[in-house]
Write a protein that binds this ligand. Structure first.
Ligand SMILES: *[C@@H]1O[C@H](CO)[C@@H](O)[C@H](O)[C@H]1NC(C)=O
Ligand SMILES: *[C@@H]1O[C@H](CO)[C@@H](O)[C@H](O)[C@H]1NC(C)=O
Length: 510
């Protein structure tokens, strides 16, 4: 090989290299709202070697991208397309169609056939019309994004937190792009967002969930690893918990198990992790439910948990025993044994009664034990106490086989509870006698009632009023059990004092 051909080969290799770099660049940053800096360089390079077909290809691509300087590229495109042959400007199929239409349109059989020049002019007109449509669309898409782009004050990574307004702007921008529903654009925006918001688990969580929903599992795995190994601190467990589920789904059980253990090392009291870990072991050990129970037990025996957390885990343990081990009497024992410790935890008592209602088998004995414990052990605000009783009376009427305990239960409603006098804010029965439930039903169901003209806005401050407008039977015959934490309990009309929330502290709200 002589040196001349060698240098030509070198030139071609270099050219290929440059092209592939520009190609990668276009994929990496080409959709950015401010990507004109990149596209200008790319166009400049092709123009410098007078490769106008390449320039045309690039412009074809760029005029469709909503970006800050979209109008400038469209101008270039229009100028350049005037110098190119029409067949080059649109895909072959489209071109053939335009020629076909131009040849025949407005053509009476008597008129002479159009000349090639006339057809060419008409085709060009049609192509122009088409590009105007592209322009209008790009313009609209640009304007739609402008409001969000204008609010991005810090597109780069920084360890300092972003203000709430910025975070909200990213949320809304992602909402917008997800409604637009172009997967490439959505993923691109997520990647941009996660430069600025790399330290926010919320966005990683959202990104991985979206990737999985699009079955982009490899991308999801990479995103999970980026989030958990590089950006999110150990005390932010949300994405790690999702990763554990992801690994479990794909059969990587050991790794999933290690995730739960790792989180509990860094955030030992993290309630959701404890709960999820136990449920994970329940799924992994279908023939030995005690494995899952032991996880809850070992956490319950540690001293570092506060009372609401313990109450929550105790209820979960009872659920586990009841639904997985199918040992109702053992679950009942758990409630009875713990009634003293959680005497003032509303969540515990509501779940205890739910449990008894669900497993009611026309023997009132166990329910009476629960009622006795409520009277003798529970230390609850009077509204809670009243609420449980109101519900109990309903239950006797709806599901009981006899009414022998009705009046006895009703009489309890007028008895003050332990903590009633202690708290001035609580409404005393003597000062402000609550109407009986019967009156309320009466008032709400009789139309035009003088007492209560609007049944949906009862004059009585009744916590369980909405219950009566419900068309569904509020007493489930089977457990309303679901993966969702909020749904673990059957849908009773109570505002649970215990509200489970995603929180990094790992503690439920008191
Ligand atoms: C239920 O649990 C108790 C222990 O609390 C045990 O003695 C009993 O055998 C269990 N029943 C069944 C059906 O497993
Ligand atoms: C409730 O119904 C009874 C008859 O069933 C009626 O005498 C009474 O006035 C009603 N009470 C109210 C508050 O409407």
């Amino acid at each position: 090989m002589n040196s001349e051909s060698e240098s030509i080969i070198n030139m071609l290799t270099l050219l290929n290299l440059i092209h592939s770099v520009f190609g990668e660049g276009a994929d990496a940053v080409g959709l950015d709202f401010l990507s004109h800096v990149f596209w200008d360089k790319y166009l400049e390079f092709e123009e410098s070697r007078e490769a106008y077909d390449k320039v045309m290809n690039i412009l074809e691509r760029v005029i469709r991208i909503p970006m800050h300087q979209y109008a400038r590229y469209f101008e270039r495109y229009t100028q350049l397309s005037a110098t190119r042959s029409t067949s080059e400007l649109v895909p072959l199929e489209q071109y053939k169609q335009f020629v076909e239409e131009s040849t025949h349109e407005g053509q009476e059989t008597t008129l002479p056939a159009k000349s090639d020049e006339e057809i060419e002019v008409e085709v060009r007109g049609r192509i122009h019309q088409l590009s105007l449509e592209i322009y209008t669309k790009t313009q609209t898409e640009t304007n739609n994004r402008w409001i969000y782009e204008a609010e991005i004050k810090r597109p780069y990574f920084h360890v300092k937190p972003l203000d709430e307004h910025q975070l909200d702007n990213w949320r809304k921008y992602l909402d917008f792009e997800q409604i637009e529903n172009d997967p490439t654009r959505i993923q691109f925006l997520f990647e941009r967002c996660l430069v600025a918001c790399a330290l926010y688990e919320e966005f990683w969580e959202r990104y991985t969930t979206w990737l999985i929903s699009k079955t982009l599992y490899d991308d999801a795995k990479i995103a999970f690893l980026r989030a958990t190994t590089r950006f999110l601190p150990q005390d932010q467990p949300l994405v790690r918990l999702s990763l554990a589920i992801f690994e479990e789904q794909f059969g990587d059980i050991d790794s999933a198990r290690k995730r739960y253990k790792d989180i509990l090392q860094y955030v030992p009291n993290h309630l959701e992790t404890i709960w999820r870990f136990a449920q994970f072991e329940r799924r992994q050990n279908p023939s030995d439910p005690s494995v899952a129970e032991n996880i809850l037990l070992s956490q319950l025996n540690a001293d570092n948990l506060d009372k609401p957390t313990k109450a929550f885990l105790t209820v979960q343990r009872a659920n586990l025993v009841c639904y997985t081990q199918k040992n109702i009497s053992k679950a009942r024992e758990i409630y009875i044994e713990n009634s003293k410790e959680f005497s003032n935890v509303k969540y515990f008592w509501l779940n205890y009664f739910n449990f008894e209602y669900i497993h009611y088998d026309s023997c009132i004995e166990s329910l009476n034990i629960a009622l006795d414990l409520l009277h003798n052990t529970a230390d609850l605000p009077s509204e809670t106490f009243q609420g449980i009783h109101t519900r109990h009376l309903d239950f006797i009427l709806e599901r009981g086989v006899d009414v022998s305990s009705y009046f006895q239960s009703k009489s309890f409603m007028r008895q003050p509870t332990k903590s009633m006098d202690a708290n001035k804010k609580r409404v005393s029965l003597e000062e402000n006698p609550q109407p009986s439930k019967q009156t309320r039903i009466n008032a709400s169901t009789i139309p035009n009632s003088q007492i209560n003209p609007n049944p949906h806005n009862p004059i009585y401050p009744s916590s369980s009023f909405t219950h009566y407008s419900s068309t569904t039977n509020p007493w489930p015959t089977q457990p309303g059990y679901s993966q969702n934490m909020m749904m673990v309990q059957p849908p009773y009309p109570y505002q649970y004092q215990y509200q489970y929330q995603y929180s990094t502290s790992g503690y439920p709200n008191p």
